[in-house]
Design a protein around this ligand. Structure first.
Ligand SMILES: [Zn+2]
Length: 391
């Protein structure tokens, strides 16, 4: 018998740091939440008993099977037990963390460091402050849209793209702090903030997997915490712009809006997807949205009555479509307008006789970044839509 076969005859031992929580607090009645490092699994009572038994090392599957009968009255033949255990994810047994979607990543702020920064922001997560912030954000956005057409002297071509991009990146860092502040407010654990290279773009991320342990509406607050705090940052930018109209700040505001809509777009699995899926308490948001949309189509075609249809899923569908529509409209206008401006400036610089080499390179680089960004968004959108088709 070689060592590989021998290994298969010994049940693996659960890694030491695996924790078990009742699923009731997170709204999953009768389930147990199993936490293995950064991985979270919802399991039924029987699986939970089996996993808890695997905390110690057993000589063979027969021993484990005898223990299950004695301890939990679970009768299971050895072959089924082997089959069941072989189907468990390997992260329950080895300390391999899930791969993140970045080519390169660096966690530059540890959990305790983020805690210091996030603690003052945690007080923002109260209902009175939420409504005040929302009112300030919505009114300042309306004032901005009302003022913009009157500022005809504002020349987009004069906007400093690098500065605008840097400002909006600060906004995304604050966004990640918002997720951490929300999780700190509800007493769950965050594991710091990092930066990763996603395709060719630097992107910040926050490690807030522990939100899985929180009840439904606290999870929603963690999902939306990033956008919420970013909205405060954008309100400050709007205030600065209103004090002194400047094309760089208005560009930073637009970039921030685009990033916020991008992450709120529920067609892709970003914040908006998890926000809706936690609020509606559905595990597979896309299939649920497809199901309720088909039901409504049948109602409009007179094939069925609307009686018995889920109200919360119907409201969810309206929000889903609205967010997707706003995201797509902004994306077309944003890419169309900024690409047009950048190509026009590049053409002008190219045809003029003055020495414009570096500014020309800069604008051509922005054109390239926009094209790649547009291509990535189109690919991700197409991949998300194909997941709808295969449901
Ligand atoms: Zn986020």
């Amino acid at each position: 018998m070689n060592s590989i076969e021998n290994k298969a005859l010994i049940p693996p031992r659960l890694r030491d740091d695996v924790q078990f929580f009742s699923g009731e607090t997170s709204g999953h009645l009768g389930k147990t939440l199993v936490v293995a490092g950064q991985r979270y699994f919802l399991v039924d009572a029987m699986t939970s008993q089996l996993l808890q038994s695997m905390r110690i090392e057993w000589g063979d599957y027969r021993e484990l099977s005898q223990h299950l009968v004695k301890e939990y009255d679970l009768i299971c033949d050895i072959e089924s037990l082997q089959l069941q255990i072989s189907a468990f994810p390997s992260s329950l047994f080895s300390k391999q963390e899930p791969r993140n979607p970045f080519i390169l990543s660096w966690r530059f702020l540890s959990g305790p460091a983020v805690q210091v920064l996030a603690r003052p922001l945690a007080m923002l997560f109260s209902w009175p402050l939420f409504f005040i912030t929302l009112a300030v954000f919505l009114s300042s956005t309306l004032i901005l849209f009302w003022c913009l057409p009157q500022l005809t002297h504002l020349n987009w071509a004069e906007a400093a793209w690098g500065q605008a991009f840097a400002l909006s990146l600060i906004g995304t860092l604050i966004h990640e702090l918002g997720h951490c502040a929300a999780i700190a407010r509800f007493g769950a654990r965050q594991n710091g903030i990092g930066v990763g290279l996603y395709w060719i773009f630097p992107t910040f991320y926050a490690e807030v997997h522990d939100a899985w342990r929180l009840p439904r509406w606290q999870r929603v607050a963690v999902d939306g915490g990033g956008i919420y705090v970013q909205a405060i940052f954008v309100s400050v930018l709007i205030f600065l712009f209103l004090l002194e109209p400047n094309p760089t700040i208005v560009l930073a505001i637009w970039l921030s809006f685009t990033m916020m809509l991008n992450t709120l777009n529920p067609v892709m699995k970003f914040d908006g997807y998890w926000l809706l899926s936690d609020a509606l308490q559905v595990h597979n948001l896309h299939s649920q949205m497809k199901r309720i949309a088909t039901q409504w189509l049948d109602v409009f075609l007179g094939r069925r009555s609307y009686r018995g249809m889920s109200v919360s899923l119907s409201i969810g569908l309206v929000i889903f479509l609205l967010l997707a529509f706003v995201f797509l409209s902004n994306m077309f206008v944003f890419y169309g307008k900024t690409l047009g401006i950048q190509i026009a400036i590049s053409e002008m610089l190219f045809s003029s006789h003055a020495s414009n080499f570096w500014p020309l390179i800069g604008h051509l680089f922005v054109v390239l970044v926009l094209l790649v960004l547009g291509l990535i968004n189109a690919c991700k959108l197409a991949a998300s839509l194909s997941s709808f088709r295969s449901l």
